[in-house]
Ligand binder design. Sequence first.
Ligand SMILES: [Cu+2]
Length: 142
Amino acid sequence: MRGVSLPRVRAFLLTVFALALAASAASACAPADASTPMVVHVRIHYSKFEPASIEVPAGKPVTYVITNDDPIDHEWLIGDATFHARHRTGTESAHGDRVDEVSVAAGQTKSTTLTFTAGSYLFICHFPLHEQYGMIGIVTAR
Ligand SMILES: [Cu+2]
C-alpha cells in the first residue's frame, strides 16, 4: 500500500507557509491609505515646467516633488491672481518656509504638500523674464 511520505507532506506544508508569508509581505506593500498624499512630479527643464498642466483631487493633500534640471535657479510659486500680482513685483530672491513658495536651486529637488479647494491655481517662476519665457503652469483641483 502506498501512502504519502512524511517528507513530502512536510515539504508541501513548508511551501504553503512560504506562500502565505509572501502574500502577507505583498499586502504590507499595498497602496497606502487615503491619508497619504498623492505625489506629483514636476520637472523644470530648459526654463519650462513639465508637465505644465496638472489635475489633482480637490480637498486632498498632494505632494509636489519639483526637480530643477537646469544649471540656473528657479522658483515654483503657486496661488491665485492676487498672489501672483504680489510676486510679479516682489523683491524676494529666495523662498523657504511657505508651502506655496518654493525656491529650487540649480540641480536641486524640493517637495511641498498642499491641499486645494476646487479651482485653478497658476504656478509661475517670478524670476525676471522667466514667466514671459514660459515658466508658467496650472494646477486644476476638481
Ligand atoms: Cu525660473
